[in-house]
Design a protein around this ligand. Structure first.
Ligand SMILES: Cc1cc2nc3c(=O)[nH]c(=O)nc-3n(C[C@H](O)[C@H](O)[C@H](O)COP(=O)(O)OP(=O)(O)OC[C@H]3O[C@@H](n4cnc5c(N)ncnc54)[C@H](O)[C@@H]3O)c2cc1C
Length: 522
């Protein structure tokens, strides 16, 4: 057989592509996984705040442009495992109602063409595959599930347990955050054999002990070990997809590797470059049959970009907060609204514990002038850090595209009021719980170029649907009109809800993986 001919080619090894490779390798078919990056180096800097957050050691060095012409560096990470190498591994299901149309002050969050009941078994499988530790029954917004989590919830450290108890005493419903982690613990301590050691360098950092359930550790490496029919090529940048005459099949995948251009062929091609890069690949692949970009008859490739309204907020407590593994508590009490607001506000969760280096990197807020001599250490010792997510809406004008040689990302925020109201709710809670009421925003976690550089939760650029005029992909995530082209990153999302997107990406990869396995066997 031609060494460049495969049954399946998958482009991108993040949760969307890595999970697909894991699934399809089991079919025995010849699968080629193409990844533009290399393995993320394991080195001391993995755990160093200065290197990770200030020097952006692992962030892609690309320069993109906003509608105002200003340049920025997107918060992308090109490695085996993709962005999951640095993610916080909070793996939440969308709420059941997120699959239906929901009204917001700025417009409609569109319904999904495939509903929660179809996703449910794949959510379950995704949680089990990615070692999600959690506890059902605490969060009133939780969607129905057939089984409990396979792994027990991560225990709260004392300060977070205090917060948890305080919230409950106020009548709220805090819950144990579902986190994908290779942790085995007893009495709040990682056991000697546990890969995760419950350290303070988890969220936003690569994991030096390989304890984070990322796509490399969970899918790519185990599948490569178990299945010789799976091949991974790193440093393999896919420049474009070529189509046959008529444009109904992808006939070649053009790759630049080590300065050379090589073309690979396969019966099925799955693109999972991340929602922004996948749209760019489609646009780069324009040809005579697809003059506006591959699969772009609808004109929607690159449009409807969503990425959540996210904030990292820090509260300063009188009580010290010596927590190391802080990412254990979530709150969805305002997810679908509040007493004083009939529209969804969003989701609150803990974020990785801030340290003095990160706080210093933010610049010194003015009110800190009257703090003691070494304010950064003091603040870090007393800080309690929250991550807030509100839903943003798919706007036709919010899009990624090529402007000549430049990559341009147009973004006008939606649902800003809901996010501000969510912050106000958290402020009120902090007041009641004796946390310093001055919450202040942190931007380092996602790279310094917030808002537009915050691409962590990118979604929506190749929406799926039943009508080829109003969607790019069909409900199996196959490109309309292109028989062998599929996409399995977050670009298929018609709306994004207000929970972290990755469990849905993984569940969908497993769902589409089942469809492709049947097609390949068939
Ligand atoms: C700091 C941070 C924290 C996060 N925390 C969370 C969290 O707690 N929970 C959560 O749900 N989500 C979180 N996310 C988001 C999460 O990482 C993404 O949702 C997820 O990684 C998306 O998976 P993907 O496979 O679609 O894309 P990616 O992870 O972006 O993977 C795409 C891969 O494709 C490769 N690629 C791109 N273009 C090409 C090309 N042309 N040729 C070959 N390869 C290519 C890239 O190098 C990359 O490896 C976080 C993200 C960041 C940055």
């Amino acid at each position: 057989m031609n060494e460049h001919q495969y049954d399946v080619i998958i482009v991108g090894s993040g949760p969307g592509g890595g999970t697909m490779a894991w699934r399809l390798a089991q079919t025995g078919k010849r699968v080629l996984l193409l990844e533009r990056g290399d393995y993320l180096p394991r080195e001391r800097e993995n755990w160093d705040s200065q290197s990770v957050f200030i020097d952006a050691r692992y962030q892609a060095t690309e320069t993109w442009y906003g509608a105002d012409g200003k340049s920025f560096h997107p918060g992308l990470h090109y490695f085996v495992g993709g962005n999951s190498k640095v993610y916080g591994a909070v793996l939440l299901r969308l709420r059941e109602r997120d699959f239906d149309e929901i009204s917001h002050p700025d417009g409609i969050s569109p319904a999904w063409p495939v509903k929660y009941d179809v996703f449910e078994p794949y959510y379950q499988a995704a949680e089990e595959l990615y070692h999600v530790h959690g506890l059902r029954g605490e969060d009133p917004t939780e969607p129905p599930s057939r089984r409990g989590y396979a792994y027990p919830p991560i225990s709260h450290e004392p300060r977070i347990q205090q917060l948890f108890d305080g919230l409950k005493a106020e009548g709220h419903h805090p819950f144990h955050l579902p986190v994908g982690v290779l942790l085995d613990e007893k009495d709040g301590k990682a056991l000697p054999h546990s890969a995760c050691i419950r350290c303070n360098a988890f969220d936003g950092y690569p994991c030096l002990t390989n304890g984070k359930a990322d796509a490399q550790i969970i899918c790519v490496d185990p599948a490569l070990r178990a299945h010789p029919n799976l091949t991974l090529l790193t440093s393999a940048y896919v420049v474009r997809l070529n189509t046959d005459s008529g444009g109904h099949r992808v006939s070649g995948v053009e790759v630049v590797r080590g300065g050379e251009t090589v073309s690979f062929r396969a019966d099925v091609v799955v693109v999972a470059c991340g929602a922004l890069s996948s749209a760019l690949l489609m646009l780069r692949s324009a040809n005579a049959d697809h003059p506006n970009g591959l699969a772009n008859a609808s004109g929607l490739v690159g449009r409807n970009y969503m990425r959540h309204n996210n904030s990292v907020l820090m509260a300063v407590s009188r009580t010290p907060n010596p927590t190391k593994f802080q990412k254990t508590l979530g709150l969805n009490d305002f997810y679908f609204g509040a007493d004083d607001w009939p529209f969804p506000l969003g989701h609150i969760q803990m974020v990785g514990k801030s340290d003095a280096v990160q706080i210093k990197g933010e610049g010194l807020p003015s009110f800190l002038q009257w703090f003691p001599e070494r304010p950064f250490e003091w603040i870090a010792e007393h800080a309690v850090d929250f991550w807030l997510t509100s839903e943003d809406l798919p706007r036709h004008e919010n899009r990624i595209f090529y402007d000549g040689d430049r990559v341009r990302l147009d973004l006008r925020q939606t649902n800003v009021e809901a996010h501000e109201r969510l912050k106000a709710k958290l402020r009120q809670l902090c007041d009641k719980l004796e946390l310093h009421p001055h919450l202040f925003d942190r931007s380092l976690y996602l790279g310094q170029n917030i808002p537009i550089g915050g691409t962590a939760h990118q979604a929506g650029t190749l929406v799926f649907g039943t009508d080829p005029r109003a969607s790019v992909l069909d409900t199996n995530c196959q490109a309309h009109g292109i028989d062998n082209l599929y996409v399995t990153d977050a670009s298929f999302f018609p709306s994004i809800g207000a929970v972290n997107p990755t469990l849905t990406i993984i569940a969908n990869a497993l769902r589409v993986g089942d469809h492709l396995a049947a097609r390949l066997q068939g």
